[in-house]
Design a protein around this ligand. Structure first.
Ligand SMILES: *Cc1c(COP(=O)(O)O)cnc(C)c1O
Length: 468
């Protein structure tokens, strides 16, 4: 036995590093609801601890965990708490974190049934649950990927396979050179990961026909051109700024009848379909062919968790096909046919646990709560001189602007400096805006009040500087 082997057997036996990590983790949970949302300047400065060349000798396990806690924990962004409103980043449902913790010890690879029967089982179960939650066609299959970036890529790869196959062209075999043309139609505000996927898949950005969007960011239905079975139509459930939804019920049925492939980017918005009072927003999505949605945003699963769902199993699995003499395929679920990766961690564990924990009424309450908090945030800001709300609060997003782009930028900086909450900026409709995304189960009315107070101090400070 080598020295390093001996050392590792000892770690497995005494478990002190595991216990230490767990201790620190539990302490972190305690602080996560009240601590400064963004790391302090000192914490960021202290990160230089990590700048060192890799040493030759093995180091001490406890020391490693201690260093991570001492220098790493303070330099984390507290997304778990209730006052992080940046990007569209979810918190984490505690049971999901606990399930992930157990799953960490299992360290499963979800490539094939024979590699992890438990992961294959949970993926099958959750696939069924998701179909029912989102009211999707019975034949729909799901792939459990790292996020919507990957889910969009998979959905569009399935579309590429099917639209070309319809024209007698096998893309996997023949490639894109000399392939029959495909028309791509997307709203002008399609998410950057859609654009990225189209680039990666070789469609060429020049082949996208961008359609104007309305004042809420929705594709203008009346401007969508004649569709046919060589068209890929990309729609959005949840505009990344405003949270608005394309008018699926006006668009999807017709597009489907014309033979087009419809892909819906519903990274955070698709979950509106799971809420009684908001489900009208996703009416009509059931006519689409592929859907992308995140667990780690609205559903508050741990990172990283995204799902591609596709009503055309052959198209999805052909697009992501892989083969090799050593593969042991089963009649059960071999996850790698539904995702770009072969080896994958079992992110299904925490996704299953959270769905199981919440149940349909828990999901409804949690997601509707995000919507209610967003409305409160907007209402309170509206009453403060200097802030204007630019969007209808249909879901969890609030777009705020100040008198000038410069003031908006300064206000964002002041708010971020205070660290009571965290919001980011964006550009929307030609204006610099503050983008608020309420995406944490832990956000309370009190968190909204504290955050609004921070906004108020920020704009007063900027106004005072402006007039002095
Ligand atoms: C976040 C987001 C994505 C990308 O999802 P990731 O999970 O970050 O890969 C795509 N589309 C929309 C609308 C999003 O909000």
């Amino acid at each position: 036995m080598t020295d390093i082997q001996q050392k590792m057997f000892a770690e497995m036996q005494n478990k002190s590093a595991f216990k230490k990590a767990l201790d620190f983790g539990l302490k972190y949970v305690d602080e996560s609801l009240t601590r400064n949302v963004y790391p302090t300047d000192e914490a960021l400065e202290a990160l230089k601890y990590f700048d060192e060349p890799l040493q030759a000798e093995p180091s001490d396990s406890l020391g490693i965990i201690e260093a991570l806690n001492q220098y790493g924990s303070p330099a984390t962004v507290s997304q778990i708490g209730g006052r992080y409103f940046g990007f569209v980043n979810g918190s984490v449902v505690p049971t999901g974190l606990a399930a992930k913790l157990l799953g960490t010890f299992w360290d499963q690879n979800t490539a094939m049934y024979v590699i992890s029967p438990i992961a294959a089982k949970l993926e099958n179960v959750v696939e069924d649950w998701l179909k029912s939650i989102f009211n999707l066609p019975a034949q729909t299959v799901a792939g459990f990927v790292s996020g919507t970036s990957s889910a969009n890529l998979c959905g569009l790869a399935a579309a590429r396979f099917r639209l070309l196959k319809n024209q007698g062209w096998e893309i996997n075999q023949k490639g894109f050179l000399n392939a029959p043309p495909i028309k791509i139609i997307a709203g002008k505000e399609a998410h950057s990961t859609i654009i990225k996927a189209i680039g990666i898949l070789g469609f060429g950005l020049d082949h996208i026909q961008f359609i104007d969007t309305d004042e809420q960011g929705r594709i203008k239905t009346e401007l969508i051109p004649e569709l046919d079975n060589r068209t890929l139509l990309i729609l959005a459930a949840g505009n990344v700024n405003s949270g608005s939804f394309d008018k699926f019920s006006d668009i999807c049925r017709k597009a489907r009848d014309a033979g087009a492939w419809i892909h819906i980017d519903g990274a955070f918005g698709l979950w509106a379909g799971a809420v009684k009072n908001l489900a009208h927003l996703t009416d009509g999505i059931e006519y689409a062919h592929s859907w992308a949605v995140d667990g780690h945003k609205t559903l508050n699963t741990p990172y990283d968790s995204g799902i591609v769902m596709c009503a055309d199993k052959e198209a999805l699995t052909s697009a992501l096909h892989m083969s090799g003499g050593y593969l042991v395929l089963s009649d059960d679920r071999d996850g790698m046919f539904f995702t770009p990766e072969m080896s994958r961690r079992a992110r299904i564990i925490e996704l299953w646990a959270i769905l199981k924990y919440l149940g349909t009424s828990g999901i409804d309450q949690m997601v509707y709560g995000l919507h209610q908090r967003a409305k409160e945030f907007a209402n309170e800001l509206e009453s403060i001189e200097g802030f204007t709300i630019m969007n209808e609060i249909v879901f969890n997003q609030v777009v705020v602007t100040c008198a000038t782009d410069e003031i908006t930028n300064q206000v964002i900086r002041e708010i971020q400096d205070e660290r009571v909450c965290w919001v980011g900026g964006s550009t929307w409709k030609g204006r610099k805006v503050i983008r608020i995304s309420v995406c944490s189960w832990a956000t309370t009315e009190q968190d909204i009040k504290l955050s609004v107070q921070s906004f108020k101090r920020a704009i007063n400070k900027v106004a005072a500087i402006q007039t002095s």
